[in-house]
Design a protein around this ligand. Structure first.
Ligand code: DI6
Ligand code: FE
Length: 409
């Protein structure tokens, strides 16, 4: 142990103001005269500069932050970032009066993105997705969740997930992959949802789990997608493979998706515009995180807001994410997403920042590794040119990132 203790930290960031987001601390866990030491990609110290043991400083590279704020690296815990093409044409249709559901029923919607994805190679998918990932990274994002769900057959779902895994080799970022086979019904299923669900929960999940391509399993529980009973079959199969689950729940109507997710101990239930009190209570009991997605709400001009106050009162933890996707949220700014969560849903600054750090980590089952500035976690940091954390939420379309550190570098 003595040898271990005397090893110098690789880097020390000093003269900083920290928003540690540590759960034990009140509010944002602010440390006014703070410093952070990291070694081998992990935080070994985060706290008051005066309390940092001398042995972390000796021999370390010292970075003077000149009073800047440091938060945990941001986490986008819900994206469909790997997709092909875009749906600007449908956007124009909707501007002319069509609803999202009407566009979907007219053969547009998710199914049109499926066509585009199927005709793209894995490398093309990576190339198309990298600019979106780079936009997130430029705002201090260090972990991104990426869902499949535009392939809808084994070959194309695995292609999507492999493309997502490739992104982590091309950029300094942690990628978590989610198998979303139960996103929409592909044309070749001829309307037979049950048969398609048998494929998803059977051979597709089998092969994806065997190849280790998914960190979690998700589904779209909605009238235009799959019923709670169908989703339960997918979740049973996921559980049998030891994979955690999450759910697109109660986005356009209340089918009891939040309660279903809770019943399966889901990491998160996402969207939740139509979630009721029973759903919120079930989520609180199960520790299922509510992932709030203001980009989709804004873009489809939804009017029903997610019941943020109900979640607060029930003690449901809330994360905030972009939902980056070509149909309902072509959004690649997590900072703007925070502003939307505050402006549209009256989430507080503290909730917005916690929602893109600590609670986003929780929604991915990664809270032991990232999401707060605490010893033992990955040294994922965002260093900001702001005078107060509120500025991160307040601005629209301005990026005050000074530096971004992923795993200590
Ligand atoms: N809900 C959404 O908002 C996205 N997927 C989902 O389940 C929409 C995806 C798309 O329209 O392409
Ligand atoms: Fe989504």
């Amino acid at each position: 142990m003595a040898g271990e203790q005397s090893k110098a930290a690789a880097t020390v960031w000093r003269n900083a103001r920290l928003a540690t987001l540590a759960e034990a601390a009140p509010g944002l866990g602010v440390v006014e005269k703070g410093s952070i030491a990291a070694r081998d990609g992990r935080i070994v110290f985060a706290g008051a500069e005066a309390d940092m043991p001398q042995h972390f400083i000796e021999g370390a590279a010292i970075v003077d932050c000149e009073g800047r704020w440091i938060t945990p690296g941001l986490i986008d815990c819900h994206t469909h970032l790997v997709h092909a093409g875009n749906r600007a044409n449908e956007f124009e249709m909707r501007l002319a009066g069509a609803t999202y559901e009407e566009v979907a029923r007219a053969g547009g919607g998710i199914v049109s993105s499926v066509k585009a994805l199927r005709s793209a190679s894995e490398d093309e998918l990576v190339a198309q997705s990298l600019p979106r990932l780079d936009a997130l990274i430029a705002e201090g994002v260090t972990t991104v969740e990426v869902k499949s769900g535009y392939g809808l057959d084994l070959e194309n779902e695995t292609k999507s997930l492999r493309a997502a895994r490739q992104l982590a080799e091309k950029r300094p970022v942690s990628i978590r992959t989610t198998f979303l086979g139960a996103h929409a019904l592909p044309a070749e299923a001829n309307g037979d949802k049950d048969a398609y669900i048998r494929l998803v929960a059977g051979p597709m999940l089998e092969a994806i789990a065997a190849e280790g391509l998914a960190d979690a399993v998700d589904g779209f529980c909605e009238g235009i997608a799959f019923s709670p009973e169908q989703m339960a079959r997918v979740f049973d199969a996921a559980k049998a493979k030891g994979l955690p689950v999450k759910l697109h729940a109660d986005q356009l109507s209340n089918l009891g998706g939040a309660a279903l997710a809770a019943r399966y101990g889901a990491l998160s239930a996402d969207h939740l515009e139509y979630t009721d009190e029973a759903g919120a209570a079930a989520m609180a009991k199960a520790g299922t995180v509510a992932v709030i997605l203001p980009g989709a709400y804004y873009f489809i001009r939804e009017t029903q807001k997610p019941p943020v106050d109900l979640f607060r009162r029930a003690g449901v933890k809330m994360a905030v994410a972009t939902d980056n996707n070509p149909g309902t949220s072509p959004l690649t700014s997590l900072l703007l997403t925070m502003n939307m969560a505050a402006t549209l849903f009256a989430m507080t600054v503290e909730e917005c920042i916690a929602g893109t750090t600590r609670e986003a980590a929780r929604a991915l089952g990664l809270l032991a590794e990232t999401g707060t500035l605490e010893a033992g976690k990955w040294a994922d940091l965002a260093i900001w040119d702001v005078g107060s954390p509120a500025e991160l939420v307040y601005r629209m379309g301005f990026n005050p990132l000074h530096a971004r550190i992923w795993r200590g570098i």
